[in-house]
Ligand binder design. Structure first.
Ligand SMILES: C[S@@+](CC[C@H](N)C(=O)[O-])C[C@H]1O[C@@H](n2cnc3c(N)ncnc32)[C@H](O)[C@@H]1O
Length: 249
């Protein structure tokens, strides 16, 4: 342990009364934001809002929760009211934009923000949303319940929760494998596409082995630019089973 004189420049943040109140409220609801974002992503709401805006070339189209709910497979009469509250929360974190009309009742309309670029599909169908959904999946949420235990007693939280190693779990549950592979693929494609714009190191490579290459997204991106490379994707059998064949590999 190290003690510092209090007049030294040690960073001990001071909170204003308003900030204290904000932290107090935020601490009660720490899980609410990720769970709301998870539901909104699973319901494809950000894609619906983006499509609404894309349909108008010169105007920003803002949609009410009723407009959006009309495109969901539901007859729940409360759905729009629920969605409105969820989107209002996301708007307060700038994940969606919101305009408020005050008529006989308050009407909120929602539109895109720069976050949509990451959280909705790009021209290749890739989105950071899949990585976000993976992180919020029950498999990891239940592992998180064991953090206190592993700090005090040692071990690995994921294994405490599921009785097996993470990659064994991924191989056991095909729907989780699909989510995992898509999340890896979207994330790697996103960074790889940027990397190979400037990195020249693959020019003289003839054979490239990707160890733990998943469904081959990284190799595929590299080989699509450096077509002379022979690619070898090395991964567990359950990953290779769903990996598409790629020209040059
Ligand atoms: C974090 S993922 C990376 C996926 C891939 N590189 C990508 O960017 O899409 C790690 C990969 O390692 C694989 N893996 C884990 N243990 C392995 C092993 N013993 N031998 C080969 N691959 C393994 C997993 O199946 C998984 O696909």
């Amino acid at each position: 342990m190290v003690s510092y004189e209090l007049d030294m420049d040690v960073a001990v943040p001071q909170l204003s009364r308003d900030e204290e109140l904000y932290v107090q409220i935020a601490m009660v609801g720490t899980l609410i934001l990720p769970l709301t974002l998870k539901a909104v992503l699973e319901l494809n709401i950000l894609e619906i809002i983006k499509m609404g805006s894309a349909s108008a070339s010169t105007q920003l189209v803002m949609m009410t929760a009723e407009d959006i709910t009309a495109q969901l497979p539901t007859n729940n009469p409360q759905a729009a009211a629920m969605l409105d509250r969820m989107l209002a929360l996301l708007a307060s974190f700038n994940i969606a934009s919101c305009v408020i009309e005050k008529k006989e009742k308050v009407i909120r309309r929602y539109g895109p923000t720069p976050f949509f670029k990451l959280l909705t599909k790009d021209e290749d169908g890739a989105t950071v949303a899949t990585l976000s959904l993976l992180g919020m999946d029950q498999a990891f949420v239940s592992a998180g319940q064991h953090l206190k235990e592993v700090v005090l007693e040692g071990g690995i939280a994921f294994e405490k929760a599921h009785g097996m190693k993470a990659f064994e779990y991924i191989g056991t549950y095909p729907s989780f494998r699909r989510l995992f592979d898509k999340a890896m693929m979207d994330n790697s494609t996103f960074f790889l596409k940027k990397m190979i714009e400037t990195y020249q190191g693959f020019k003289d490579v003839h054979v490239l082995v990707d160890v733990g290459g998943g469904v081959g997204a990284v190799l595929g991106t590299i080989i699509s630019k450096y077509t002379h490379i022979k690619g070898i994707n090395l991964d567990l059998s359950h990953a290779i089973a769903t990996a598409p064949p790629l020209p040059g590999s």
